[in-house]
Ligand binder design. Sequence first.
Ligand code: CA
Length: 227
Amino acid sequence: MRTVLVVEDEMKIARVVRDYLTDAGFDVIVASNGEAALASARGSRPDLVVLDLGLPGIDGLDVARELRGSSHVPIVMLTARGEETDRIVGLELGADDYVVKPFSPKELVARVRAVLRRTSTAEMLREQPVRVADVEIDPQRMRVTASGRPVELTPTEFQLLAALAREPGRVFTRGQLLDAIHGMAIESYERAIDAHVKNIRKKLEPEPGKPRYVLTVHGVGYRFADA
Ligand code: CA
């Protein structure tokens, strides 16, 4: 059974989320603050973390940063309306998706399933390695190298880069890229894709400000360099 760590200080919300995820067949651990969340993440190695950004003590973004420092565990953020900046920062820190409060618990369960699907090893094992320019993408090992230099990506960044690199030169709209990572049509998804791309560039490109692999197509989206 897969384990989800729910980090939420509002007990009413935590209980509803726990009940829905339990009904959906997950093992659920609840932590009501950042310190407890980090201890749980270390101790019980959850398969996914649902993380409220507004926490007392260590805030949600710091929890995300800490988690990313030591693991690739998928993260779905819970954010309040009006916290768009935090949402983008969270995605840049490597969170995989988010839902905005107030949310429907059913929608959250669907998001959790979608993120687990796209980050599952079994899914990636079916995909072939890609080599384009001096970038090598190996889905079986979830490994990326650029000129032989290893590049550490989160599962979502990995899927996004692989989708672009599989068809060098093809222009993808942000909506198509969202489909490629099995995302859902979410509020400000274009900015979410931009945040993931910014992250990939920071890690992959020798000069992130002058990208040579993942190129912007103004007014449309992105493409992987074909020459
Ligand atoms: Ca909160």
